[in-house]
Design a protein around this ligand. Structure first.
Ligand code: ZN
Ligand code: MG
Length: 484
């Protein structure tokens, strides 16, 4: 999405006004500006946000308002200071307390905003109640206003806007009629994804939306679910499996369409933030259809129902047709992923697998087991992999990770022991990292860790890319911890 250059000076003016009113503690003006078009996370020429400026000057009322409006407290200025670090430095305990409280709450701020990670933000309302309405679905399928996205081997057709970012390629009924109107039994798998949401506040976060040269821009966002509405007249979205159709045929319909490398899932990180959710949804469902072709109860063949969201066994005698059976529904596999905080509050436990890029460390993670709480899974995994004991556990945010059907449950774990014994089956190494090293890693960004410099400080830490919840957890911790 390109920005109209004529609005740029106006936006700069508004941002300047926001910054000066935040510094001065002018609550009314700040309120007016952020309810209008001001970018709450916009930075001034020195790389400071409104939140940082309010923190510098001890403006607690403005701080509270900005946080409630979704201001990102994890952003850092070029000196690596978050708003909390600034408030601490200038001795504004009331401000420090507010930011800390907000950070600890994570997912439950006053406006009911939730942190949404990459693959979590969707432009669609799933409209699950319509999945059984065959007539409505048929009408939507033939509606020219409907959007179709095409998949092959669980990978979408996209259009590249530049070499680093792509958008999903959107098709219409008349372009795909030859596929959609095939005789019954011969039709490719079609999944109803939902209807387009109408956002009250138009905002399109995108990975390329970089406002500074550092990695302080986020791939997590806060959105209130209450700000969107949709009804059954809104355009429907479908995903169609075209694995049997040659790529050239698809290109004949849309010349710019390209299949996003099915073998390299990292290519999905090039998707726009607000399309990743839709693609993740479809990808997880196609992977499920692809891997679960026979009834897990009796081995008979199954048919797809409920617009792609249910498998029904063809064997009328099958037990799966009686009572409640989770075997009929798409898989979601919960994984806990945790940033483990040292008892001194100033270090984080991170580990690396052998196959990670050089110097990259990430949060520990592991699949949950049946009959286990999230908290216990966090404690068990951390202890198994690192020997560290975790006491209190808090939830931060979650992330669907459609490779193929994982749900990452992001937590903070508060360590009650510090000695590390690495489980070498799972990890190559696990270590405590000081906050300053983590801040440096967030600032230099991924891929710039230089081990050839021969510096005495040792190899520089590399963190996972910002689309990964591990990155967001680490960043959130930096935002809620000032230098001690
Ligand atoms: Zn069966
Ligand atoms: Mg494990």
């Amino acid at each position: 999405m390109t920005e109209d250059p004529s609005t740029k000076p106006v936006k700069t003016q508004i941002l300047k006004a926001l910054h000066s009113s935040a510094s001065d503690g002018d609550l009314q003006t700040v309120s007016r500006l952020i309810n209008g078009i001001a970018d709450v996370n916009g930075v001034d020429d020195h790389g400071w946000t409104a939140l940082m400026l309010a923190a510098r000057n001890g403006r607690d009322k403005v701080i509270k308002l900005l946080l409630d409006k979704g201001c990102d407290y994890t952003l850092m200025n070029p000196a690596g200071q978050t708003a909390l670090a600034i408030a601490d430095f200038w001795h504004h305990p009331a401000v420090s307390h507010l930011i800390n409280q907000h950070a600890q709450q994570g997912s439950s701020s006053a406006d009911n905003n939730n942190i949404i990670n990459f693959f979590g933000l969707s432009i669609l309302d799933r409209f699950s109640h319509k999945r059984t309405e065959k007539e409505w679905l048929k009408q939507k399928r033939m509606d020219q206003a409907s959007t179709f996205v095409l998949f092959s081997q669980s990978s979408p057709y996209v259009t590249w806007s530049d070499s680093s970012s792509c958008r999903v390629c959107r098709f219409q009924y008349n372009q795909l009629q030859f596929l959609l109107e095939k005789p019954e039994g011969d039709q490719p798998t079609l999944i109803f994804l939902g209807v387009g949401k109408i956002p009250v506040l138009e905002s399109e976060p995108s990975p390329s939306d970089s406002t500074s040269s550092t990695t302080t821009t986020s791939s997590a966002t806060t959105t209130s679910p209450a700000t969107t509405t949709s009804d059954s007249d809104d355009p429907a979205w479908f995903a169609l499996d075209v694995a049997d159709i040659p790529e050239d045929t698809i290109k004949g319909i849309a010349p710019s369409a390209e299949l996003l490398s099915p073998k390299n899932y990292l290519a999905l990180m090039s998707l726009a933030d607000n399309e990743a959710g839709v693609i993740g949804q479809a990808r997880a469902l196609f992977s499920w259809h692809d891997r679960y072709k026979f009834c897990p109860t009796c081995g008979s063949s199954m048919r797809i129902e409920e617009a792609g969201y249910k498998h029904v066994c063809e064997n009328k005698e099958c037990r799966s047709l009686k009572g409640v059976h989770n075997t009929c529904y798409p898989r979601v596999d919960p994984v806990t992923i945790m940033a483990v905080i040292h008892p001194d509050g100033n270090q984080l436990l991170l580990g690396r697998k052998k196959q990670f890029p050089r110097n990259m460390y990430s949060c520990l993670a592991g699949f949950m087991e049946p009959g286990e709480t999230i908290e216990d899974a966090v404690r068990r995994e951390v202890h198994e992999e690192s020997g560290v004991k975790v006491g209190h556990v808090t939830y931060h945010s979650s992330q669907p990770w459609p490779m193929p059907s994982t749900l990452m449950i992001g937590c903070f774990g508060y360590a009650v022991s510090t000695e590390i014994t690495v489980d070498t089956q799972e990890l190559e190494d696990a270590r405590w990292f000081a906050r300053r090293d983590i801040v440096a890693a967030l600032q230099t960004g991924r891929g710039t860790g230089d081990t050839r410099s021969g510096s005495s400080e040792g190899p520089k830490l590399l963190l996972p890319f910002k689309q990964a919840i591990a990155h967001q957890l680490v960043k959130a911790w930096v935002g809620m911890t000032a230098n001690l």
